[in-house]
Design a protein around this ligand. Structure first.
Ligand code: AMP
Ligand code: ZN
Ligand code: FE
Ligand code: FE
Length: 274
């Protein structure tokens, strides 16, 4: 891999990735990345070990998280970067999500049992439990052939074992990230199909757009980069690596260069001091 690549979007076992934080960092080092941000869904638990481990490996690292925000019923994944890891507002928001997810997890297991697919009430992981974990367990039990089928038939929106949970708004999410001294970025913007919703969300106070995503081509990236430039927003990028849960997103598939990372690193340093 060429030098000076920094992947700012990846998941560990603290949410629905299949690499532990240590394995993720070792993998980043192995493929030649210069640095990383671990953006688990709704949790920053990876950072209990990640900062030290990145230092040991000589990798750059900044704080990161991917919050599951919602605007008018539309999911708006919101990346937070370079916030203070001790921030009360970020920790409180993660705790709300943890409770939301734990409740949903139990209810989904009840629904699955009713549909003839009992799963053992496993020990809840310490981190952030998501539908992909349930999909994997269903696959291991032989109820479905793969994760995609689990979503298509049972867990996806509107399917028999889908459950709505407490909604946490984009406004609350942006407030928490900003109070923690961080920067907020709209993740994989192409997934927000409704233009009106997208425009409303963009006006709510985001600092950046994830213009480089997974295996996007130049043609797919350029409208987002242009939009960010017109709005004076930063452009971030990353692979959305999940290990074997999303085998088509290899680590380092998208990335940012040194200038962007250094700006974020400076921001992280300042947020952590105040
Ligand atoms: P959760 O945050 O628990 O609601 O789970 C959402 C995650 O499930 C997303 O971030 C995706 O990684 C994954 N996901 C959502 N829909 C599908 C699908 N149709 N097939 C596979 N994975 C999906
Ligand atoms: Zn995920
Ligand atoms: Fe996402
Ligand atoms: Fe993600």
């Amino acid at each position: 891999m060429s030098e000076n690549h920094y992947d700012l979007h990846c998941h560990s076992t603290c949410s629905d990735g299949t690499f532990s934080p240590e394995e993720l960092l070792a993998h980043a080092k192995e493929i030649g990345l210069k640095g990383i941000s671990i953006t688990d869904h709704d949790t920053i638990i990876a950072y209990e070990v990640a900062i030290e481990e990145a230092k040991r490996l000589g990798l750059g690292i900044i704080s990161g998280v991917e919050f599951s925000a919602v605007h008018k019923g539309v999911s708006v994944h919101t990346l937070g970067y370079a916030f203070d890891l001790e921030s009360e507002s970020i920790r409180k928001l993660c705790e709300r999500h943890r409770t939301r997810r734990a409740n949903r997890y139990r209810s989904i297991l009840e629904l699955l049992a009713k549909h003839g697919m009992p799963l053992e009430e496993q020990e809840l992981p310490k981190g952030s439990i998501g539908r992909p974990h349930i999909a994997l367990a269903m696959m291991e039990k032989g109820y479905v052939k793969n994760v995609k089928e689990a979503f298509r038939r049972y867990l996806g929106e509107g399917k028999p074992c889908f459950l709505r949970t407490e909604v946490i708004s984009v406004e609350e999410t942006l407030d928490a990230i900003h109070q923690g001294g961080g920067l907020a970025v709209i993740a994989h913007p192409h997934l927000i199909k409704n233009k009106k919703i997208f425009d409303e969300v963009l006006d709510m106070g985001y600092d950046g757009i994830e213009g480089y995503y997974a295996r996007f081509s130049l043609r797919e990236e350029s409208p987002w980069i242009e939009l960010a430039e017109n709005r004076g927003l930063i452009v971030t990028g990353g692979s959305d690596f999940h290990g074997k849960i999303k085998p088509n997103n290899p680590l380092g598939a998208s990335w940012v260069r040194e200038e962007t990372f250094q700006m974020l690193e400076k921001h992280f340093h300042n947020a952590s001091l105040s």
